[in-house]
Design a protein around this ligand. Sequence first.
Ligand code: AQP
Length: 331
Amino acid sequence: PRKIFSGIQPTGSLHLGNYLGAVRPWVQLQNANDDVTVCIVDLHSITMPHNPPQLRENIFVMAATLLACGIDPAKSTLFVQSAVREHAEFNWILSSLTTMPRLAQLPQFREKSRLVKDVPLGLYVYPVLQAADIMLYKATHVPVGEDQLQHIQLAQHLARTYNGRYGETFPICHAIIEESEASRVLSLRDPSKKMSKSDGNPKATINLADSPDLIAQKIKKAVTDFTSDISYHPGQRPGVSNLVNIHSQVTGQTIKSVVDEATTLDTAKYKERVAEAVVEHLRPIREQIEHHLTRRNEMIYLLEMGAEKARQQAQRTLDDVKQRLGLGTSP
Ligand code: AQP
């Protein structure tokens, strides 16, 4: 099996785009017997100004959400990054294997550093920590969004540099990038852009924790166009096509069968149908999120079990690294 590493920041609840474009594919990989590690990357979350009680709460919400979406701790390794100290330690070691100009030109750093007056060093080193996450588990495949591609290239560069200097140790990881239209969920208010958690308009984004009424309202108000029949033409009719795509994704039906079944409906009626399908699909997930959040001790236990599994691999990797670099005194 392939070794898959996925990191996700504890940002609170996920939206439908994160779910259909990222988390559900991880669950599919897990169920296809790949070796999947899912890490809630809290150390990455402190690189921008943050609120500590909120961060702690968001870690629980993210863990509950991942469990609710089907990440199964019996099959996958699910843990919180800061619980495994090796991440921070390896980050330090890797930081000596790359250069400042290389990090400074990464697009995410350039974007995010514009948002703060004094740029934290952590923001700068962020992608090195990400490489440490991946390399500690000798991951071969990393599912990411397109905007993360440069970070994966940095991880590849670090693995090559390390292997060249200290001996073949790390696989060169591959980015798994979902490029299909089906995996892209668009904003309900502006179908020229993707659904996103930082969207200023809350009506643009369906959150997994939204109530059925709220989901129905948001879909009812979704921007479509002046044609009332239902068709799938992402280029000409992005709004309606986005609904058709979401509908097909949550029911498991093909695009064609979804469209064929909607020939007698106008957009208003069709939105009701899509809303019902989304609500039905998300209902058990929402219930499971609530369920896990009321059983925090169980989650703490599951996450510690996951951390223990991760720690064993991480320690093995790091012991070998220290050995090869001449660090410490162990023979
Ligand atoms: N609309 C989407 N459709 C499909 N997949 C999506 N992903 C995000 N949005 C969609 C995938 O979810 C994972 C986490 O991505 P993210 O944290 O970048 O989520 P976001 O909502 O895109 O965040 P923001 O607020 O838009 O921007 P950031 O956080 O980057 O400042 C990824 O695998 C992504 O592909």
